[in-house]
Design a binder for this molecule. Structure first.
Ligand code: SF4
Ligand code: SF4
Length: 74
C-alpha cells in the first residue's frame, strides 16, 4: 500500500545547462529522476522527475557538474 505523502522538496531542472551525464539519476537513492527520451536544444537527454518521494538530500544538485539541477526544500 503506498502512502500519499506530501513532497519534502521541489526539483528545478534547467535543461539548457544539462549535458546529459546522468550523475543526478545515478546518485539519487530514491529513484526520483530518469533521463528523458527527449533532447534539450543542445542535444542532450535531460533529467525528469518521475516520483514524488524526493527527500531533499541535495545529492543531485551537488553531483551535477553543470549546475543544471536545484533542490528547494518545502
Ligand atoms: S534531492 Fe536527493 S532525493 Fe531528491 S531528487 Fe535529488 S538526490 Fe533524489
Ligand atoms: S547531473 Fe546535471 S548535467 Fe548531468 S544529467 Fe543531471 S542535470 Fe544533467
Amino acid at each position: 500500500m503506498s502512502k500519499d505523502k506530501k513532497p519534502k522538496s521541489k526539483i528545478f531542472i534547467n535543461k539548457e545547462f544539462c549535458k546529459g551525464c546522468g550523475f543526478c539519476v545515478e546518485f539519487c537513492k530514491k529513484g526520483v529522476l530518469v533521463l528523458s527520451n527527449s533532447y534539450c536544444d543542445s542535444g542532450y537527454h535531460f533529467p525528469e522527475v518521475i516520483k514524488n518521494n524526493c527527500v531533499g538530500c541535495y545529492t543531485c544538485e551537488i553531483v551535477c557538474p553543470d549546475f543544471a539541477i536545484k533542490v528547494e526544500k518545502l
